[in-house]
Design a protein. Sequence first.
Length: 245
Amino acid sequence: MAAVMKTPSVPALERGLRILECIAASKTGLTFSQIAKGMSIPKSSIHSLLITFEREGYLHRSELTGRYICGLKLVHIANSAVEGVALLERAGNLLRALANRTGLTVHMGMWERNEVAFIAKVDPFSHHKVATWVGKRIDFHCTSLGKCLVAYLPEAELDRLIQECGLLRHNENTIASGVKLRQELAKVRKSGYAIDDEEEEIKNSVKRRLNEALERAEASPEPDPASLLKGVYAVPEELDSPHHM
């Protein structure tokens, strides 16, 4: 039995998406008449949607033929989606290997609209798991991923972030001072990694968790604790791009 949709869809958006899909499926583009002929949508609505998409750069209308084709914005979105899928496919095994090696949850994140968005998450084969999910958005100043992503920003850009977003204090461990944040980011640049020591929420101490991971590394056939961090550094190198876990 189909699940009942509690939140209704937006009819105008559904119509617009149908128009985009119809045009994208055409190799040479479609005229207004061709679009209207293949859809049970009022012509006035089709005209308004086409004008909106054209003004926003999602469609382009040829003055010579009158045909609508996909605009640069749609092309950019499509390319980004393809690149994202390819990246996650390449990163999947590396994230799993890192999670198993450290016994810690591994996240991959990207910078979006002044926040960090999780685009991948891998839990270890153990009881140590964290309550996060793909799509979750987190602050940049109180999370290890966020610190890694902003550590190399120009000073002017960092100043803008602090001024516009603020440094929300989640608990007594949160870095809520611009001066302290800059000092922390300097440590990140020097060491090559960042630590979130219960700065966003109170949980099992990250220091204790890292110590447990180091103890496991010492008990393994490769006793050098530094090998734990070697695995972290190896992931971006194998992906051939600077992503942070």
